[in-house]
Design a protein around this ligand. Sequence first.
Ligand SMILES: Cc1cc2nc3c(=O)[nH]c(=O)nc-3n(C[C@H](O)[C@H](O)[C@H](O)COP(=O)(O)OP(=O)(O)OC[C@H]3O[C@@H](n4cnc5c(N)ncnc54)[C@H](O)[C@@H]3O)c2cc1C
Length: 393
Amino acid sequence: MTNSVLIVGASVAGVGAANELRRGGFRGEITLMDGQPHLPYDRPPLSKAGLVDPASSGFHFHDAGYYARSDISLLLGVRVQSLDTASRTVKLESGKEFAADAVIIATGARARPFPQEAGAGKVHLLRDFDDALALRSDLSHGKRLAIIGGGFIGAEVASSAVDLGASVVLIEAAGQPFERLLGNNVAGRLAALHSERGIELKCGSAVDRIATAENGERTLFLANGEVVTADVVLAGLGSLPNAEWLNQSALALKNGVICDEHGNTNVHGVYAAGDVAAWLDVRTGVHERHEHWTAAREQGRIVAQRILGTHDSAWSEFVPYFWSDFHGKRVQMLGTSRGATAVEYVFDDNVKKAFVAEYRKDGILVGVVGCNAGARTMRYAGQLAEAVVRPSA
Ligand SMILES: Cc1cc2nc3c(=O)[nH]c(=O)nc-3n(C[C@H](O)[C@H](O)[C@H](O)COP(=O)(O)OP(=O)(O)OC[C@H]3O[C@@H](n4cnc5c(N)ncnc54)[C@H](O)[C@@H]3O)c2cc1C
């Protein structure tokens, strides 16, 4: 019988799990802890409207009173250092210990840093609220921003920086941003959105080294010999799971916390959800971290349902989904492009720069990408869910 649940990490997965427990009628103790001092907040706005105006409201999942009203003990500014799996006891950096019948690990991920060498100077990363404040305070009209990495964080920050009147150079090691994820053609259309807003794209070469002059000017040396000068540098190079605090525990770790398709770890009563967790995909047999908001929320809910014993949602039926907003467009993807053998535009409005592209593997729909075509894209959710539940091969 589970009478107490301890959740480490108060973001989408952790807060979602706590809410689902209460919604499902759990009457025991819920303790939700986070290393950050801020009231739990959502990360997607940090690179979008929230970067342009960090004072704007709308970051927080709930107001301060919500947690007390829901009888959730919220402990903020407490960094967890280790987990004793046998007794399900976490130890804080302060030395204080907390034990519970069930532990949910929801410590997410952090931004992968740019390798620091002497002289590289400050390279901004963007994962937390304080990162957004620091980046925003260095960005203003006329500043030159160099972004290393043309993925979602890079694209969204580029867009926000242009809104703020900065000039932007976006450096991508691949042939073009999103090439690997979306294929050449769709990636090319998204790259065009950058160019149309005056962003200079430098693709096909990585940044080798950064030098900082005495006046603060930054020089980025690319592997192909090109040079970019800037006032501010941001690296958007993906993320790393926050799992080091579990290194001494009995948990199976490999690029995150290894879990089955229900969020169970290899230790009874210990679960993991969200960006830190590598859940089993029963169709492929692969453990994978998803690193997108919807997957983190869903995993938090599934783990809570596991503890409640209700099992309303199943990960094997989840259709991967993410969205991204840049240059006034919303890009959405359902399913996957992995292994796709054909891409076809089924809707294309050149004037509005809106499109929907289907990804098929040997004739079978595996994913869809839409740009500024929300309803047309989301219409595929049912079809892709059926494909997930009844895989063809
Ligand atoms: C700038 C930005 C924009 C994004 N935009 C989108 C988007 O548009 N669409 C989309 O699908 N996804 C987006 N994402 C990804 C999405 O936000 C993440 O997938 C989601 O936040 C993962 O949630 P999580 O709960 O697993 O972990 P996280 O949000 O990473 O939170 C983990 C929490 O655990 C805490 N923690 C870590 N270690 C410890 C410790 N040892 N002790 C105590 N607390 C600890 C951290 O302080 C943090 O609050 C974006 C991410 C970022 C950073």
